[in-house]
Design a protein around this ligand. Sequence first.
Ligand code: SAH
Ligand code: SF4
Ligand code: F3S
Length: 449
Amino acid sequence: MSAPKYRLAGEPGEGKFYIETYGCQMNQSDSEVVVAVMQEAGFVYTDSLDEADVVLVNTCAIRDNAEQRIWGRLAEFRGVKRRRPWMLVGIIGCMAERLKDRLIEQEKAVDIVVGPDGYRSLPGLVRQAAGGTKAVNVLLSREETYAEISPVRLDKNGVTAFVSIMRGCNNMCSYCVVPYTRGVERSRDAETILAEVRDLFGRGYREVTLLGQNVNSYNYNDVNFAGLLARVAEVSPLLRVRFSTSHPKDFSDELIETMARYPNVCRAIHLPAQSGSSRMLELMNRRYTREWYLDRIAAIRRMLPECSISTDLIAGFCTETQEDHEATLSLMREAGYAFAYMFKYSERPNTKAQRTMRDDVPEEVKTARLTEIINLQNELSLASNRAEVGRHVEVLVEGRSKRSADEVYGRTSQNKVVILPRMNFLPGDYVRALITDCSSATLIGVPLG
Ligand code: SAH
Ligand code: SF4
Ligand code: F3S
């Protein structure tokens, strides 16, 4: 009998799988579901590529450069396969969904392609590929939420965890590929969310981040997002609760009031604006205006004065003029963002913008505008951090600082990173501290007596 071409669970060497994750928090959370599904089927998780019989790459398709990075990585795996020919490569996630079998046609290193709704079928497809037949499942689902699967936590701090509360997106922002890669919006059963959160708290976790593309439209058996947030916050006053992402069009006063009622719901709101120009927002199909957005900011400042606000911004969307760009800069100043993710517009195949508009802002103009946006945000972040100097804050310790063995780091409710002297603090401790100094990225604190 000839030796098996591929090594799998139960065979000599076992079936060890390794997973690499690109893209957003949703993808990080999905990778934890994938590990749970694979382990349940008998595969053994390894965090070392050198040991892997199966490499899974959880991919992102949001911008062209995200996909270019993956192609580069796949070329490297082709090299690894020359040394270990039995190794299988599986492309999963958003780029898998977008490109489907074309991935297998374009890169011979790829053996398996599975989209975000197909993870339960992954073990079977890996075995099929091990038998020599390339395997693809890119079906999207209207129901799949992986509700009852207990994700295997991959981040090792043991303090903070992501909890997925919904999947997909119905918003159809004209620039965005997500509705095509993740399908229609669906909410996860609230009871399974609560069970997961209670289990995490029982195991020592002290912070959960509830995840969805638009958490404000969560709805399961008449529990809306404010209702869900309240129930999660009630699991324990010692559990911090964050959530992401909020769509400004659905960001309600009811939600702000709920946050205000629970001190353990973190005073940090991520509210992607994308642009400060109502004309751009209309073309982007965001379904709010600059005025609506600023009204939401005013409501937050009024009802939750200690809240930090962060955002996402796109520079150089189709037809963007200098005036539109300046509207983004002035919106940034008015909102006083603590933090922002900032991107150059990247045209994505088959989106409404690609089909009906021209990507007509020259690359060098996009770059110049993005640079201005980044420079302004650095100023705003520094100002926001300087305002913390002299204040007393509560820090949830997450781990040792990378900078020095004598320091630990953690976060404030406002999601700002604080460096503290190590003393005998452990991950999961709450520490009252005085902020003594800052940069635009971090705060420096000393513990209070
Ligand atoms: N659902 C979230 C965002 C998901 S994508 C929301 O609507 O807020 C994360 C960010 O990527 C978006 O907020 C947007 O700023 C950016 N983005 C999405 N598509 C993009 C594109 N084609 N080019 C550049 N940036 C894009
Ligand atoms: Fe994309 Fe818009 Fe959905 Fe966010 S809300 S994922 S930007 S379509
Ligand atoms: Fe996230 Fe990228 Fe998909 S941002 S939803 S992994 S396209």
